[in-house]
Ligand binder design. Structure first.
Ligand SMILES: NC(=O)c1ccc[n+]([C@@H]2O[C@H](COP(=O)([O-])OP(=O)(O)OC[C@H]3O[C@@H](n4cnc5c(N)ncnc54)[C@H](OP(=O)(O)O)[C@@H]3O)[C@@H](O)[C@H]2O)c1
Length: 262
């Protein structure tokens, strides 16, 4: 399987943002590797995309909270033909840290943190060896706004932003582009699965999933590292970044800051 554009592996490709990425990447000429748990849904999507675009599509059912399934996708990335990884699979929680027990907390960290970390690492190594490619990580605006949510989901997304920014800096001279996408609230099944009614959201709060992915791809084409589709005033993010970078040289010192001295 190899087209002139390359091969894109999309996790969470059976629904929502991942399914739209699959559609858009197929239309760009990428052959696809679709990864999620629901084999039947991916098979239906693949059939439609094959007949519309003629690209080759492989479907790999995998539960990315399971060690063996993550290892299977790592091996697929190591095969050496995937040129673009979209780490999109993710979940939210019904309720927050106080309402969930250990299994659910472990599960969200496995899917939203451990799996994309493992796949980013596997893809980065393969892409460097192949001489280039790209990794797209789907984070969330909640990475920048923990006060707006319950902390666990937003924390997983902050982790992914941090990882992606660090990886982008490390890989930029190795021909590997890393983009992290921060969607705001987007119309997908994620909300219903988390017990939230999107009809209760205020007017103008929710973005259509096709608009979100198309905007993210504009950012991808511009080789952005951080893409925030709903943020109209880019200067707000740039100001925050500059403030953070200006603080960076002051964050490790042998001397305790004066206000903490007795
Ligand atoms: N919707 C939003 O408002 C929003 C905003 C910011 C960020 N995001 C992020 O965008 C990404 C996609 O979410 P979405 O909104 O498109 O949600 P979605 O419609 O619920 O889709 C989630 C995808 O992840 C897959 N998935 C879930 N659990 C999985 C598991 N254990 N193993 C493998 N795949 C699994 C699902 O497929 P299966 O069920 O077939 O496994 C599905 O394809 C997530 O990372 C989410 O955090 C969403």
């Amino acid at each position: 399987m190899a087209s002139s554009t390359g091969v894109a592996l999309v996790t969470g490709a059976s629904a929502g943002i991942g399914a739209v990425y699959a559609d858009r990447l197929a239309k760009r000429g990428y052959d696809l590797v679709l990864v999620a748990r629901d084999r039947a849904r991916m098979a239906t999507l693949a059939e439609g995309l094959r007949s519309k675009t003629g690209v080759a599509i492989e479907v790999i059912p995998a539960d990315l909270t399971l060690e063996g399934d993550v290892a299977k996708i790592e091996q697929r990335l190591a095969a050496g033909d995937v040129t673009l990884l979209v780490n999109n699979a993710g979940m939210s929680l019904k309720g927050g840290i106080l309402e969930n027990g250990a299994p659910e907390l472990s599960r969200i960290i496995a899917l939203n943190v451990a799996a994309p970390t493992r796949l980013t690492a596997a893809a980065a190594k393969a892409l460097i060896a192949q001489g280039g490619g790209a990794i797209v990580n789907i984070s969330s605006v909640l990475a920048l706004a923990p006060e707006m949510f319950e902390g666990v989901y937003s924390g997983t997304k902050a982790y992914l932003l941090n990882l992606s920014q660090a990886m982008a800096a490390q890989l930029k001279d190795k021909g590997v582009h890393v983009q992290v996408v921060l969607p705001g609230a987007t119309r997908t099944e994620l909300w219903e699965k988390a017990g939230r009614d999107i009809n209760s959201f205020p007017d103008g709060f929710l973005m259509e999933v096709s608009d979100m992915v198309d905007a993210a791809l504009v950012g991808f084409d511009q080789r952005e590292t951080v893409t925030i589709p709903p943020l109209a005033d880019e200067a707000q993010f740039i100001t925050m970044q500059q403030a953070r970078l200006a603080m960076a040289p002051n964050l490790s010192k042998s001397e305790v800051a004066a206000r903490y001295r007795r």
